[in-house]
Write a new protein. Structure first.
Length: 194
């Protein structure tokens, strides 16, 4: 048995399918978590920059120039944000530091949760933190532990200088109870990931 469809019927069916797909896509992005995390949208994108190597974290060298890239993206239907970074020495391309962090919303406190892991040089670490967005800047209190049992606590701030530039700074570093201090700001520019 052959069914003959006219053009009008085909167009109506296709428009119906497209409307249903759009409704599901919008429903997925209307979660209360998505609305609460909307303040992170300005940080989404691919970022690159160069900076002088800091030596405050276990495993990191000091003084050499580093070329870094960072990708900040939505995951899980815009209910979380993933940040991945890959920093290499400019002179020989060897790894300086790389890792991944996930930002989620704590449903009870409405604060941001930070969970991360990576390598500083050849030293593996994991981290956790609590944060919030204040005046357009992302602030986290972070605690990290290395495979060698080094404990580091610090505050990190990420702020937008303009639409194309993000500034990251680590302050008040305390390592195994000893105050280390603050690190210089790192400037990242929005663009293609290298």
């Amino acid at each position: 048995m052959k069914i003959k469809l006219n053009k009008f019927t085909v167009v109506v069916v296709l428009l119906g399918v497209i409307s249903i797909q759009n409704a599901f896509a919008q429903a997925a992005n209307s979660h209360p978590t998505t609305k609460a995390l909307k303040v992170l949208q300005p940080f989404i994108g691919n970022w690159t920059g160069e900076f002088k190597a800091i030596g405050g974290f276990e495993g990191l060298e000091k003084g050499r120039m580093v070329a870094g890239s960072e990708r900040v993206k939505w995951i899980s239907n815009k209910t979380a944000v993933q940040i991945t970074w890959d920093n290499k020495f400019k002179d020989d391309g060897k790894p300086f530091a790389f890792g991944t962090g996930i930002i989620t919303l704590n449903p009870l406190t409405k604060k941001l949760n930070w969970n991360s892991f990576g390598y500083d040089g050849e030293v593996y670490w994991t981290g956790k933190g609590v944060g919030e967005v204040k005046n357009g800047s992302l602030h986290f209190d972070v605690e990290e532990n290395t495979i060698n049992k080094t404990n580091t606590k610090y505050q990190t701030t990420r702020r937008k200088l303009n639409n194309k530039t993000t500034i990251i700074q680590h302050k008040n570093l305390v390592q195994n109870g000893k105050k280390i201090g603050d690190f210089n700001e790192v400037k990242l520019t929005k663009g293609q990931k290298k």
